[in-house]
Design a protein around this ligand. Structure first.
Ligand code: N01
Length: 554
């Protein structure tokens, strides 16, 4: 981090990094609690994920009325969702509406990429530098950078030599990209590639999907809301929220029973057929509870989806390429396809298995597979993200004595409740690694309330320095890893089951437990208990007191 003259530094109580769902919420809540707050955002506008991911077909897979803030009745009353799974422009418009309505934009500096943050024990403040030369000093540093924000561009040999149009789904051009009559390659068959393909295939001359691993793709069915629907979700708000609070994924989806393998076959057939017809995340979350822990139960649902793929895709050879056989269903976060499988019945769409015949290298005109050059006008990288830790580590955070967070997390993340790391006082990570795996706005709101309460507590006892204890962090990390090991997700970390949920999607990255998989409801309970007990897993150190290394709670 370059030394900057202190005269430039802007002083603030709290600095929030990111202007997406997390950052907006944090700025609002901390401001309302009386702190001075600034925000830094690398993009030129509000939106976070929904600012960057403008690829055609991008939409939520959580229901609109749960994929939003719940803290304000006014926001709920004044914003009308148009459909069940809203598209990117609508979610972005929602966040812009929230920022306007709550007067949040004025707190942010846009186009400002954080390049480093360093804690100083003597002043009990963070100094934060941005690529645009600005410097901030703050008591509390809140990373609201999202868990899927650090873009993954695989190191394909000679990628730089390609002279056509190269785009990543998460950096889609704002002016759009017209592929009419073009030859397009899509690399990647995760949720982004699966959403983009049907849209690209509408106008492109040809689309070739370069697929390393097929995915279990269920339909995503997004009916438009009527006025009655909107009145119903407003009327049922409290009941819906109570349901989310008790749901392991904080989603508004009701499980059909504890075990797929134990269910009555006739009833199970009905449950699976209903989940398939309704689409979305329902195949995982509205069927049976044991799919992520019981291989036999998982296989029942996996085989159901495989058969659906065979039924939908006309060409049997293409269908076989699209059928996952080497890993259980749900290990990769289940994507929803709007006509995805059907797109392979179009004459202009084909799939190449790049696990069998890898991309050898890129060329000026395209790329070489199996010693043959395939020419493309456009190559779309739908290759995902360096999830959970990537966005935070790219901030170059140094704690006590200049200790780099990259060093502490070299073997995988460790922290307390996904929120705080010993040796990094007054740093909070919203939906950080080892936090709950659930509907993100629900998790964000819960995290932000927790952070604001911890800061309130610190201020109320005159001790502005808050730090997770080593014991609490060790216990939490061990527990999260232990739970992860019991699931099929962590057990199946070979290439065939690569998944951002354990970090094995990144070439060369060692897989590790990145989320607390004990259920979002349990996670919320544990955070609430921590808060109600007066934050026993944290140390609060009074201003002026010397901060001991490895501070423990007393
Ligand atoms: O990324 P992914 P994504 N060579 O990691 C392939 C959220 N999201 O952006 O499976 C060749 O899922 C990789 O192949 P493999 C959602 O949580 C939500 O699609 O590793 N291929 C895979 O096919 C989602 O889960 C929505 O073998 C390579 C693909 O790229 C998460 O974001 C929409 C490769 C990456 O898939 C990530 O989704 C979009 C290489 N070297 C995203 N490296 C909603 O619906 C990677 N791949 C709300």
């Amino acid at each position: 981090m370059p030394d900057q003259p202190s005269i430039d530094a802007v002083e603030t109580d709290a600095l929030v990094i990111g202007a997406g769902f997390a950052g907006l919420d944090a700025v609002y809540v901390l401001r309302e609690r009386g702190l001075t707050v600034r925000g830094l955002e690398a993009a030129d506008g509000i939106g976070g994920t929904w600012y960057w991911n403008r690829y055609p077909g991008a939409r939520t897979d959580s229901k609109a009325f749960v994929y939003c803030y719940t803290f304000s009745k006014e926001l709920r009353e004044e914003w009308d969702w148009s459909e069940l799974y809203p598209t990117q422009p609508e979610v972005l418009a929602y966040l812009e509406f929230v920022a306007r309505r709550l007067d949040l934009t004025k707190h942010f500096r846009f186009g400002s990429t954080v390049t480093g943050a360093r804690w100083d024990d003597d002043t009990a403040r963070w100094t934060v530098h941005s690529a645009d030369g600005s410097v901030y000093r703050c008591s509390y540093l809140i990373a609201g950078v999202g868990c899927l924000s650090a873009v993954n561009v695989p190191r394909f040999p000679e990628l730089d030599s390609y002279r056509g149009t190269l785009v990543h789904t998460a950096r889609w051009p704002h002016e759009g990209l017209d592929v009419t009559g073009k030859r397009v390659a899509v690399i990647g068959s995760g949720a982004s590639g699966i959403q983009a393909l049907p849209e690209l295939a509408k106008t492109a001359a040809a689309v070739t999907v370069l697929q390393r691993t097929p995915n279990y793709v269920a339909p995503a069915v997004s009916p438009e809301f009527t006025d009655e629907d909107r009145a119903a979700y407003r009327r049922d708000h409290d009941e819906i929220q109570a349901f989310l609070r008790s749901s392991p994924f904080s989603q508004y989806l009701k499980s059909a029973g504890p075990s797929a393998k134990a269910a009555d076959p006739e009833e199970r057939a009905e449950v699976l057929a209903r989940a398939w017809t309704e689409g979305g995340l329902g195949m995982l979350m509205a069927t049976y509870d044991d799919l992520l822990v019981d291989a036999e139960s998982n296989e029942v649902v996996a085989e159901y989806i495989r058969q659906k793929i065979r039924d939908t895709v006309h060409d049997p050879a293409t269908a076989e390429k699209l059928i996952p056989t080497t890993y259980p269903f749900g290990i990769k976060r289940p994507p929803g396809g709007v006509g995805y499988l059907e797109t392979f019945n179009q004459p202009n769409v084909s799939v190449v298995d790049i696990a069998a015949t890898p991309i050898e290298r890129f060329t000026e005109a395209g790329l070489i597979i199996d010693a043959t050059e395939l020419e493309f006008d456009v190559v779309v990288l739908a290759t995902g993200f360096d999830a959970a830790t990537g966005g935070i580590l790219r901030l170059n955070i140094a704690g006590r004595g200049g200790l780099p967070l990259t060093e502490v997390w070299a073997e995988g993340p460790s922290n307390y409740l996904g929120l705080a790391v010993p040796e990094f006082p007054n740093l909070f990570t919203i939906i950080g690694p080892l936090s709950a795996f659930g509907n993100l706005p629900s998790c964000i709101e819960h995290n932000v309330e927790f952070i604001a309460s911890a800061i309130d507590h610190a201020r109320s006892i005159g001790g502005p320095v808050i730090e997770a204890t080593v014991e609490a962090a060790d216990e939490w990390t061990t527990s999260a890893r232990g739970i992860g090991e019991q699931t099929l997700l962590t057990l199946s970390t070979g290439q065939a089951a690569s998944s951002w949920i354990v970090g094995s999607n990144i070439d060369g990255r060692k897989p590790s437990t990145l989320y607390y998989l004990g259920g979002a409801n349990t996670y919320f309970d544990l955070c609430d208990a921590e808060r109600e007990l007066g934050f026993p897993g944290f140390t609060f150190i009074k201003a002026g007191d010397r901060v001991p290394a490895h501070a423990h709670s007393d």
